[in-house]
Design a protein around this ligand. Structure first.
Ligand SMILES: CC(=O)SCCNC(=O)CCNC(=O)[C@H](O)C(C)(C)COP(=O)(O)OP(=O)(O)OC[C@H]1O[C@@H](n2cnc3c(N)ncnc32)[C@H](O)[C@@H]1OP(=O)(O)O
Ligand SMILES: O=C([O-])CC(=O)C(=O)O
Length: 477
């Protein structure tokens, strides 16, 4: 597990004063903009008639599957290979992006990479980490948002709380305020969009912790924020899920488990950042921002989409599903009982959460990565019946779904494995898991917003079409 190269890349142990002049993410972006913008404008001006694909009746009636019509740069999903971030697979990112001593890259590193398309140095990641920690510290966290979360009834769904919390941050939007006062011109929209986006990402550890402590601890804090911690360590501490000084360690994690939980958080929040532009959370964020709604409102809309059970909420549906199934079967190894349980679900016209995908036609490489995490920690997970069932299902469900004959992709998606690993370490509230997804997913779509504003993309406004118009097209042709 521990790799020599990752020791070298482990920047937290090598925080020495640096001699190279410090260049922020914004300064780095500024240098990249002219060349990229020129390429974009050349296409827009000279090649706007080049066809990308066909729009058919099928496009309109099946959720626009396969239509390539959203501009997105950070990642691409190939049906038979899965996600790549600026062309790099998860494995390549793990090899190349600065990460911790266990080889898990920092979300700050992929944020830099997605924004700039350049692999950051450890020093650049360290600076960005410090910048985010400073922006997101309690002294900067808006009081109104704290109060609003405190006031919500405790049974408000965690994803509703997250969406409300993010929308309330809009009051602090630099973009909205400068726009309203007529202080920014189009060429500078991206700068305030970047400012708001970095603040939003920075506020997520505290916002997430507030939602969690409300769920499990009557709103009393479970840990403390530290400007010396990176983004994921702050999330773990604030959830009380670390045995470090800033955390209540309410689940009594031992040293090894505390490190594993931090690794899990880094792995999870590193690989959920982006899944090209067509998924509901990314698409919603991008669409709403195209009307120049500020990044907080835009990402709040994305979160509302992520809160759907066919999208991000599947992460928690899976945990409920596994826990419930385990309470009904004699053993997670009993194939016959599992098959019967699954058929009952399918016959009652429900979906099996964590399986299927709108684009992928293979097991989701993000699922495989999470599975490897569990499999490389045999002693930790060998007695967890839910984790055993999660692994067992990945060998049973695909055949059942194939026999069922409806879904185009019978394989596990990312949501199949993730929540149950957090559950193992003590996050037991069955409604919470998608909030952690929401922390990670901020990174890809907000990056795209910055570039949307750099390129000056217009408001999105496709045409709609009625049944009668489609009938006329079909029956007359
Ligand atoms: C991070 C993420 O968002 S990953 C996805 C998380 N979502 C889930 O795990 C929920 C379960 N999966 C699903 O509902 C779907 O597979 C989706 C939403 C992910 C993709 O939807 P689609 O692209 O429409 O899938 P597909 O074209 O294969 O659907 C065809 C049929 O198979 C069904 N189907 C698809 N997946 C499943 C499943 N896991 N269990 C049972 N039936 C399924 C669909 O409901 C649909 O039925 P219908 O014709 O009666 O409407
Ligand atoms: O790509 C999709 O449609 C859903 C998904 O896996 C994600 O958003 O991570």
């Amino acid at each position: 597990m521990l790799r020599t190269s990752s020791f070298i890349r482990h920047f937290f142990s090598t925080r020495t004063a640096c001699s190279v002049p410090r260049k922020s993410l914004k300064e780095t972006l500024k240098e990249l903009i002219p060349e990229r913008k020129e390429k974009f404008l050349k296409l827009k001006k000279n090649y706007h008639n080049v066809e990308i694909g066909r729009i058919t009746i099928g496009s309109v009636t099946t959720g626009m599957r396969g239509n390539k019509s959203i501009f997105w740069e950070g990642s691409t999903v190939d049906p038979n290979k899965g996600i790549t971030f600026h062309g790099k697979t998860i494995g390549e990112c793990q090899q190349q992006l600065p990460g911790d001593e266990f080889g898990y890259f920092h979300p700050e590193a992929i944020l830099w990479y997605l924004m700039t398309k350049q692999i950051p140095t450890s020093q650049q990641v360290q600076h960005l980490t410090e910048e985010l920690a400073e922006r997101g510290s309690p002294k900067n966290f808006p009081e109104l948002t704290s109060k609003i979360i405190d006031m919500l009834p405790p049974d408000t769904h965690p994803m509703t709380q997250l969406a409300i919390g993010l929308a309330s941050l809009s009051r602090n939007s630099k973009f909205a305020s400068n726009y309203q006062r007529g202080l920014i011109s189009k060429d500078h929209y991206w700068e305030d969009t970047l400012e708001d986006s970095l603040n939003l990402i920075s506020f997520l550890p505290i916002l997430t912790a507030k939602i969690y402590s409300k769920l499990v601890n009557g709103g009393k804090p479970l840990g403390e924020f530290s400007v010396k911690n990176d983004w994921t360590l702050n999330i773990c501490s604030l959830l009380g899920m670390s045995n470090g000084v800033h955390s209540s360690n309410h689940c009594n994690l031992n040293n090894e488990q505390s490190k594993d939980f931090l690794s899990l958080m880094r792995l999870y929040t590193g690989i959920h950042v982006d899944h090209e532009g067509g998924n509901v959370s990314a698409h919603a964020t991008h669409l709403v921002n195209s009307a120049l709604s500020d990044p907080y409102l835009s990402y709040s809309s994305g979160i509302m989409g992520l809160a759907g059970p066919l999208h991000g909420l599947a992460a928690q549906e899976v945990v409920r599903f596994l826990v419930e199934m385990n309470s009904r079967i004699s053993s997670p190894q009993n194939t016959g009982e599992i098959e019967e349980y699954l058929w009952n679900i399918l016959n009652s016209k429900k979906v099996i959460p964590g399986y299927g995908h709108a684009v992928l036609r293979i097991p989701d490489p993000r699922f495989t990565t999470m599975l490897k995490f569990a499999q490389s920690r045999t002693t930790e997970f060998e007695n967890d019946e839910n984790v055993i069932l999660m692994q067992k299902l990945s060998t049973v469900v695909p055949d059942i779904l194939k026999e069922h004959g409806k879904c185009k992709n019978p394989f596990p998606n990312v949501d199949s494995a993730s929540g149950i690993l957090f559950h193992h370490f003590g996050i037991k509230d069955l409604l919470f898991f998608t909030v952690i997804f929401g922390c990670s997913r901020s990174i890809g779509p907000l990056t795209q917003l910055v570039w949307d504003r750099i390129y000056g993309l217009p408001i999105e406004r496709p045409k709609s079409i009625s049944l009668t118009t489609m009938q006329n097209l079909c029956y007359q042709s």
